[in-house]
Design a protein around this ligand. Structure first.
Ligand code: MG
Length: 294
């Protein structure tokens, strides 16, 4: 299933995409977290609703929000998880090129997440270095702590595309990534959650980022250093993963700051972040509204 949170007639609703339509599921599941919390029984109920859809709404007539508009916890992110991104980072910072010995974790604020087609504010008076990072995001279904590798994928509810949007000078200046990667409503998630039964192997996908139609990043997810199974087993050693938690699995080479000369996003640019088998996020960069200018 392709599960969406969407806005229609002023309210926020949950649905499943079938072809070019949305089947509304809000009567049974007021929010996406209610659906995920409901486990296998909820999924069965949702599937039954799809077989007898009461109303079909054209996908083009709704505004998609992030599938989980407000996460329960920060987005848990892996850094330095593709060799070509490590190479370009080492070249940029003039340090030795070396993959971390253990998974490198950081988080992004829940408020950094935005919808799959939302405008993203690029305030060039705050920073001239707004940058892209296309990633595969994993949405946790059943909770767990100290999850064994063998059963790790059974804890996955589904997958989505994500852009770990980053403001480089802030990221590097503060030594810790949290601030430079947590700009309000900067990081698109979606366009929907594809449930894990439809994507049995998260390492058999491709990620791609385009700016104004030009390919900047492209990789296969089997190039990840820490794969999805390892990520879940590793972080759950210390954190109880809860339904709806999102793990983003790191980006590949081709980020703007590592280019010669560096490239960054400007108002007017179109950022597209795609994961095969899932879909494409399309976000227009815009100048801040007058009321928010510094
Ligand atoms: Mg990243």
């Amino acid at each position: 299933m392709r599960l969406v949170t969407y806005r229609r007639d002023g309210g926020e609703r949950v649905g499943a995409v079938v072809g070019d339509n949305v089947v509304d599921l809000t009567d049974d599941f007021p929010s996406m977290l209610d659906l995920i919390d409901g486990g296998a029984a909820a999924m069965e109920k949702a599937r039954a609703r799809l077989e007898r859809p009461s109303t079909l709404i054209a996908l083009g007539d709704v505004e998609l929000r992030a599938p989980i508009p407000r996460l329960r916890h920060n987005v848990m992110c892996l850094g330095a998880n593709y060799y070509d991104h490590i190479e370009e980072g080492a070249r940029l910072l003039q340090v030795e090129e070396k993959a971390p010995d253990l998974p490198m974790w950081f988080t992004k604020a829940t408020t950094s997440v935005c919808g799959p087609f939302d405008d993203v504010v690029v305030d060039e008076t705050l920073s001239p270095q707004h940058d892209w990072e296309v990633e595969l995001a994993v949405v946790i279904g059943s909770p767990g702590r100290a999850i064994a590798r063998e059963g790790a994928l059974r804890h996955v509810f589904g997958y989505a595309a994500f852009n770990d949007f980053s403001v480089r000078d802030i990221q590097l200046r503060h030594q810790q990534y949290f601030k430079g990667k947590s700009l309000d409503r900067s990081s698109p998630l979606g366009p929907w959650i594809v449930t894990s039964d439809e994507l049995p192997d998260p390492q058999a996908l491709e990620i791609e980022c385009r700016v104004n139609g030009e390919v900047k990043q492209h990789a296969r997810t089997d190039h990840m250093i820490v794969d999805v199974v390892t990520a879940i087993a590793d972080i759950s050693e210390v954190i109880t993963l809860e339904p709806g938690d999102v793990i983003s699995t790191g980006t590949c080479g081709g980020v703007g700051i590592a280019m010669t000369p560096p490239q960054f996003l400007h108002p007017g640019d179109l950022l597209e972040s795609e994961v095969t088998g899932i879909g494409t996020l399309r976000n227009r960069m815009v100048a801040p509204p007058v009321s928010e200018r510094r």
